[in-house]
Design a protein around this ligand. Structure first.
Ligand SMILES: C[S@@+](CC[C@H](N)C(=O)[O-])C[C@H]1O[C@@H](n2cnc3c(N)ncnc32)[C@H](O)[C@@H]1O
Length: 250
């Protein structure tokens, strides 16, 4: 990768972090409001695919206000969760929720998904909800996920489908292009953030292409599942388990 590419991606991360920093206070409310509460069901479905193992740790990337991390703890009370995000004001909102609920097994960590501050093979499972769309380059994030996953570990991705597909006879696409950015702007008073949301959904690759990217990054057993007619997709990919050595002769 060239120096100018690095600078471009750094600039992108800074812009994304500043935007989420501005809307952190409205983020949860607008999520529930604009999705008519479906976002909570989608996170529940994501976490159903989480599989824990020997490390006892799950990493939630682009963890935001920590709703996925809390859902992981609800469904898998035995594991600890690291919730990593670029935007500290988002994590701070999440931390408030942890404190209110006396949750001590979720650790919020500031960091970038493209350079994870974790050793190789240190987590059993990685989740990322509505985060991969914001990360550039995605290939760096996939490489890091692959590095820190234990052999046989799993990545579970929840993301919008490509907004280029017509859904519900085009009604959803009209919502995406007009109602969503307008409502987001009126409530959060941030024109850029909700226009950005609509634009990135429309520019996002189709599920099949995303599956191809995961295979290219070295994952095996890649699959995906549409929810709500493909408004969102769940993607699951696994890192190959280690070959067991031939048992010694006795
Ligand atoms: C739409 S929010 C999703 C938050 C949360 N996962 C949820 O389900 O509500 C996207 C999050 O991705 C984070 N993000 C964007 N780029 C990132 C990166 N390179 N590394 C880590 N987090 C990133 C943003 O700071 C933001 O909190």
């Amino acid at each position: 990768m060239t120096r100018s590419n690095d600078a471009l991606f750094e600039g992108h991360s800074r812009r994304v972090a500043s935007m989420f920093g501005r809307i952190a206070g409205w983020y949860d409310f607008l999520n529930h409001f604009l999705s008519l509460g479906l976002d909570m069901y989608w996170r529940y479905r994501l976490v159903r695919f989480v599989r824990t193992g020997d490390t006892g740790r799950v990493l939630d990337l682009a963890a935001g206000t920590l709703d996925v991390a809390r859902e992981i703890r609800r469904q898998k009370p035995d594991g600890a969760v690291l919730g990593l995000d670029l935007t500290l004001p988002m994590l701070r909102r999440g931390l408030g929720k942890l404190q209110r609920h006396g949750e001590t097994q979720i650790l919020p960590v500031g960091g970038d998904a493209t350079t994870l501050p974790l050793p190789e093979r240190s987590v059993d499972c990685i989740t990322i909800a509505f985060g991969i769309r914001n990360i550039q380059p995605r290939s760096d994030a996939y490489a890091e996920m692959h590095r820190v996953l234990a052999p046989g570990g799993r990545v579970c991705i929840l993301e919008f489908g490509s907004g280029r597909n017509r859904i519900w006879k085009g009604l959803y696409n009209v919502y995406l292009k007009t109602i969503l950015p307008l409502t987001g702007r009126l409530i959060s008073r941030d024109a850029e953030a909700y226009a950005y949301l609509a634009e990135t959904i429309q520019a996002f690759p189709e599920a099949r292409e995303l599956a191809g990217e995961l295979l290219e990054a070295g994952f095996t057993r890649v699959g995906y599942l549409p929810l709500q007619s493909g408004i969102v997709y769940l993607h699951v990919a696994e890192k190959a388990a280690e070959e067991k050595g031939t048992p010694p002769d006795c």
